[in-house]
Design a protein around this ligand. Structure first.
Ligand SMILES: [Zn+2]
Length: 64
């Protein structure tokens, strides 16, 4: 066991895109230039246009 545990793991940034037509939410790794309300990629489900609705960081699950 290590005496001191470092907590410096960087969060992974994700971009969430919501389809304007069917509401399908797709999450993908954040790419530079992404921002909320930006036009996203095509919806995988119905091929309509999507919009970035959230950008957030998530810490990876801690290994125990
Ligand atoms: Zn859709």
């Amino acid at each position: 066991m290590f005496g001191s545990k470092k907590k410096e793991s960087k969060p992974t940034i994700y971009t969430e895109e919501t389809c304007n037509a069917c509401g399908e939410v797709a999450r993908r790794p954040f790419e530079e230039g992404d921002y909320v309300f930006k036009q996203g990629l095509q919806c995988k489900k119905c091929s309509s246009s999507t919009m970035v609705t959230a950008v957030y960081g998530e810490y990876p699950p801690e290994k125990t």
